[in-house]
Unconditional design. Structure first.
Length: 113
């Protein structure tokens, strides 16, 4: 992508944001908008490629049950907090124990030795 194309895209986005700020009475700072867009564009052009390579290199972690257990526990905690579900801690632990059993394929019918 050339600099002219990049600046044209940023100019169009700035014009659209200015239009919406005028129509809805928003108070937008043009310098802040340009700074934010510049940061996003720089990230996408440079750092995003490196981040994508790092994720692809560690793709095996997505198959690890511990990763999914940690992800689900964080997700349940965040949903409980943000939406005010007021789930009891015992219910959360029971759900995580069930998920852990499924992920680690624990057979509860076997007798312990």
């Amino acid at each position: 992508m050339s600099r002219k194309t990049l600046l044209a895209v940023i100019g169009v986005i700035t014009a659209i944001l200015t239009f919406f700020s005028e129509e809805f009475g928003l108070n937008l700072d043009a310098q802040a908008v340009m700074a934010g867009l510049s940061v996003v564009v720089l990230y996408v052009l440079f750092e995003a490629k490196l981040d994508f390579k790092r994720v692809v290199a560690q793709a095996g972690r997505f198959k690890d049950p511990k990763f999914w257990l940690a992800f689900i526990s964080v997700l349940i905690s965040a949903l409980n907090e943000q939406f005010g579900l007021n789930l009891p801690v015992e219910a959360i632990i029971a759900v995580l124990t069930l998920i852990m059993g499924i992920l680690f394929r624990v057979d509860f019918k076997k007798e312990s030795v």
